[in-house]
Design a binder for this molecule. Structure first.
Ligand SMILES: Nc1ncnc2c1ncn2[C@@H]1O[C@H](COP(=O)(O)OP(=O)(O)OP(=O)(O)O)[C@@H](O)[C@H]1O
Ligand SMILES: [Mg+2]
Length: 452
């Protein structure tokens, strides 16, 4: 519900009808009313209301029928029953049939306002979740990479294209942006999909162990080598080898890897006959590889051999539109895993999570949701289930700038105008109206702040 919520009021009693409509209009809702209940059925069939308030006892078509028809046409629309004391029992029946609540006549205005507001909030959450679910269907695909972000989709199509060639690929990106997931996607999209995909973290071993893992050894290559052992490069034959944290590989080993890439053969430690291999290499790093080359930490020739195609994953903070779809993906994932049914986050949590900047990227978001699902007792993650430092953000509307300074009023004005323009999809007339200034002033400010 981006616009004001739409409510239909049905009551054959003129005074009650007018009263209700008056109260609801004053709350800012878009309200339509009718005394004629058969007409109400036509209205419901034609249009989706967010909420229907209906008298229970009416001639011809009664409230029960309105309820049933409404749910038939629009399952996520809520219905509230208005009822005289005599019919409270029936009203309770109505709730079993899916009515949201009932209001007894003569109604207290505060109660009407409160119940209506809560019902509409429920509708909003339901619609939001439905929306997110339909987006998930569109974008998940089989890769397991969830995104609705344009830049990410470009990355994926580049990756899918590169997958079909046999070129080596380097995936750049901050920690937790999904480099390993992307590597799996590339393997699965390639002609090597039926071959093995193996991976090794080059930063997790010392040189000796890493060499042994990658290249393997012949029997008797060193004391204790009482059997031959094939290396990962060999084992990945016909498939893909993922070299994680490639820049951590010692320089001396880089020479050996370069030889493998050039000759397409591998020599086991202590061996004399090279073994031919057909392997595609995908490497990942969260460092700037070019810089590593210049610093002398990474061999230039290896850099060119392996960095044939270079793909960069944007940090999560640069694709905030992925946050909601990822949240729902992880809610679903961890609900299944923990056999719970936590499918929502409270509006406060939504606010915090969409504004946070995630230094740990998708992995950090995933951990937050996993923890939330584990801790909550209901079906919703509330601020109490967030890590301490995040929970504190509820009260922090203003934050220090990146350089630690306190932002000026102008800084905020610029960001605020930018936000409003974004919300109004660039409609300047509408934006000016929301900002409470005229179009010319808006135009001047946009020019001043270089907003287009
Ligand atoms: N777009 C995405 N959709 C769904 N899950 C994702 C996405 N991106 C990342 N993840 C999940 O986030 C976690 C981190 O992803 P991954 O291990 O691929 O990141 P990484 O870039 O390799 O991180 P690091 O540099 O720390 O090794 C994984 O559990 C992964 O499944
Ligand atoms: Mg990784």
């Amino acid at each position: 519900m981006n616009k004001e919520p739409k409510i239909l009021v049905v009551d054959d009693e003129a005074v009650a009808l007018q009263n209700l409509m008056h109260v609801l209009k004053k709350e800012g809702y878009k309200v339509l009313g009718t005394q004629n209940s058969p007409e109400a059925l036509e209205l419901i069939a034609k249009e989706r209301y967010d909420l229907v308030l209906t008298d229970l006892k009416m001639e011809k078509v009664d409230g029960m029928e309105i309820l049933v028809r409404t749910k038939e046409h629009h399952p996520d629309t809520e219905v509230i029953m208005i009822t005289g004391y005599a019919t409270v029992k029936t009203a309770i029946e109505a709730m079993k049939e899916g009515a949201y609540h009932y209001i007894a006549k003569p109604f207290k205005l505060d109660e009407v306002r409160k119940v209506v507001k809560e019902a509409l909030e429920k509708v909003r959450l339901k619609r939001e979740n439905l929306n997110l679910k339909s987006q998930l269907k569109v974008y998940t695909g089989s890769s397991g990479i969830i995104t609705q972000n344009k830049q990410m989709k470009n990355v994926l199509s580049l990756a899918a294209q590169a997958a079909l060639s046999d070129s080596n690929i380097v995936i750049n990106g901050e920690s937790g942006t999904g480099k390993e997931l992307l590597a799996k996607f590339i393997h699965a999209s390639s002609n090597r999909q039926d071959g093995p995909m193996l991976s090794i973290n080059c930063g997790a071993f010392n040189e000796e162990l890493l060499t042994n893992e990658l290249f393997g050894h012949e029997k008797g290559a060193f004391t204790g080598a009482d059997q031959f052992k094939p290396g990962l490069i060999e084992k990945a034959n016909g498939g893909t080898l993922f070299l994680d944290e490639i820049t951590e590989m010692p320089l001396s080993m880089q020479v050996n890897l370069l030889r493998v890439l050039q000759e397409k053969e591998v020599l086991r430690l202590g061996g004399t006959t090279p073994i031919g291999i057909d392997v595609r290499f995908i490497a990942a790093t969260n460092r700037n590889m070019h810089e590593e080359v210049q610093l002398g930490h990474f061999r230039n020739d290896l850099y060119f051999r392996i960095n044939v195609v270079s793909i960069t994953l944007p940090p999560l903070a640069a694709r905030k539109d992925d946050i909601p779809v990822l949240i729902h993906h992880f809610l679903d994932k961890y609900s299944r895993e923990m056999k719970k049914n936590v499918l929502n986050i409270s509006p406060e949590v939504a606010d915090i999570l969409t504004n946070y900047d995630y230094p740990g990227n998708v992995r950090e978001l995933e951990n937050i949701i996993e923890r939330g699902v584990a801790l909550t007792r209901g079906d919703t993650i509330d601020p109490e289930q967030l890590p301490d430092d995040l929970r504190g953000m509820v009260f922090k509307t203003f934050r220090r700038a990146e350089n630690g300074g306190i932002p000026s009023l102008e800084d905020h004005e610029r960001e605020y105008i930018k936000w409003v323009l974004n919300e109004t999809e660039g409609n300047k007339t509408l934006a000016a109206k929301h900002l409470g200034i005229d179009r010319v002033s808006l135009w001047r400010k946009m020019k001043k702040y270089e907003l287009s």
